[in-house]
Write a protein that binds this ligand. Structure first.
Ligand SMILES: *Cc1c(COP(=O)(O)O)cnc(C)c1O
Length: 231
């Protein structure tokens, strides 16, 4: 199992390097987040030994359990919807929260101060799919940005999106979602603090397209750990 994970990480890194060079950038310009939701602590340890330091989890309690056991210093990204009754735990477990799309979530998190600010990405619904979370309109996005900026417990780092699921991760529709997010990022950047530097987009089936369209962070589960539900 360990060796499979090590090999898959190497393959992902090579594919990332090729996509990064197509976009005229360098590998270090794109952060790889290993999405470890549903994976065991042993699988996480294997990825850690292969050099992974950023991990993504969508369930607060699961993340707390697993990373409590890991002991090694990792950067933990919350990538799923956060229920208000889990806000206290989320604020203590997650270094980054990538899935902020409501002021009420921010308010619930802000009640639980920590030593270092939570790094926040605003989730944008670029696909228009009603099954997906994320802010839709410009006004809503600006209001959410202002709410993050007004709270010292948060550091505004950027934007996040998910493309529609498709077998073809390079379809025009997937590409459009990613280029829309980058456009939005560039629109907000001039008025944003220096810390606003992150465009999180791209998963196992579409990360190369995302990198070509300007992703600075990709979130990859299946291509690192294998299919979920198969061990
Ligand atoms: C599960 C998940 C991923 C990773 O998906 P894979 O297809 O396994 O790479 C990335 N981002 C979010 C928000 C997720 O929920």
């Amino acid at each position: 199992m360990d060796q499979d994970i090590v090999d898959r990480i190497e393959t992902v890194r090579n594919r990332m390097a090729a996509a990064v060079s197509r976009s005229g950038r360098e590998l270090q310009d794109v952060t790889l987040v290993a999405v470890s939701k549903t994976r065991t602590v042993e699988e996480i340890r294997a990825a850690y030994r292969a050099g992974m330091r950023h991990f993504g989890e969508n369930r607060v309690a699961e993340a707390a359990d697993k990373f409590g056991e890991l002991a090694d210093p990792a950067v933990i990204h919350g990538i799923g919807h956060i229920q208000r009754n889990k806000a206290a735990l989320a604020a203590s477990v997650f270094d980054w929260i990538q899935s902020i799309d409501k002021e009420s979530t921010l308010a619930a998190l802000a009640r639980h101060r920590r030593d270092t600010p939570i790094k926040v990405l605003l989730e944008v619904n670029t696909s228009g799919e009603s099954t997906k979370h994320g802010v839709r309109g410009d006004d809503e996005l600006r209001a959410l940005r202002d709410a993050v900026l007004s709270e010292p417990g948060f550091e505004l780092r950027g934007l996040m999106t998910m493309a529609p699921f498709s077998d073809d991760g390079a379809s025009p529709e997937v590409r459009r979602c990613f280029s829309d997010l980058r456009e939005l990022f560039l629109t907000l950047a001039p008025d944003a603090p220096k810390s606003f530097d992150t465009i999180s987009m791209g998963m196992s089936n579409d990360f190369e397209t995302a990198i070509e369209e300007g992703a600075t962070m990709v979130r990859i589960g299946t291509a690192i750990f294998g299919r979920r539900g198969e061990r």
